[in-house]
Design a protein around this ligand. Sequence first.
Ligand code: ADP
Ligand code: MG
Length: 243
Amino acid sequence: MREPTGVKGFDEIIEGGLLSGRVYVVSGPPGSGKTTFSVQFLAHGAMIGSYGAYITLNEDVDNIVTDMSNYTFNVSGLMELNKLHFVDLGPSAAYGKPQAFDYSVQDFGSEDSTPSPRYIFEKIQEYVTAHEIKRVVIDSISAIKFLNSDYATEEKSISRFMRNLKDLGCTTILLSEMTDPSSYTIEHFAADGVIFMHNFFDPRKNTMTRAVQIIKMRGTKHDCNMHKVKFADKGVMVGGRIE
Ligand SMILES: Nc1ncnc2c1ncn2[C@@H]1O[C@H](COP(=O)(O)OP(=O)(O)O)[C@@H](O)[C@H]1O
Ligand SMILES: [Mg+2]
């Protein structure tokens, strides 16, 4: 089964949508459209009965909701109907609430520490069950502390986190801040799909160019070209290949 993203022009290049129950990574530099793309995915799901949760770990929920309300996704309406949720699981949100979640005491040892994968996963699991969530976005994987001294253990830890997410039965998008699409990270290997959002300077046009590129998508026929991306009030729209 496929989950249409609702992003105009994007579903067409991935055989209709993301595969249900899989875990995807959306990478790109700041301002490339990761949040817009993924809230669009959640809002579209909310309208077709796949309710969504946007888990934020580093940005303030109110800021995200305010920014996303500038688009025509009806964010506030869907939130009122409990079909779209924004959840703050960042260090600032958890600080001061150790009583509520015992395991967070050790996970939030100091004020500037980042949350552990276990804490994040358990909170997401509770949320998914309580609100019949089918689509999850985590912003961002870079903000989760995979407490490991060496690469091999970190790899195991990230893979375990992603396997747990797959077992949730939701279609999940992990956002990751990245500027170089050729420098693969552990989550790229473990994910069922990797989508890269570009925003780069094009000297031919003397301007910034936006594009989206599917680096990998298991079980899906796709090209690996960059496709034009436009931002409008309706959010992200994907166009033809960039030659
Ligand atoms: N209503 C809008 N119309 C057109 N472009 C917009 C609109 N709102 C935001 N943008 C563009 O979207 C960019 C932010 O995208 P965002 O999804 O927050 O990126 P990321 O999460 O990758 O940092 C802004 O820098 C701006 O260029
Ligand atoms: Mg963002």
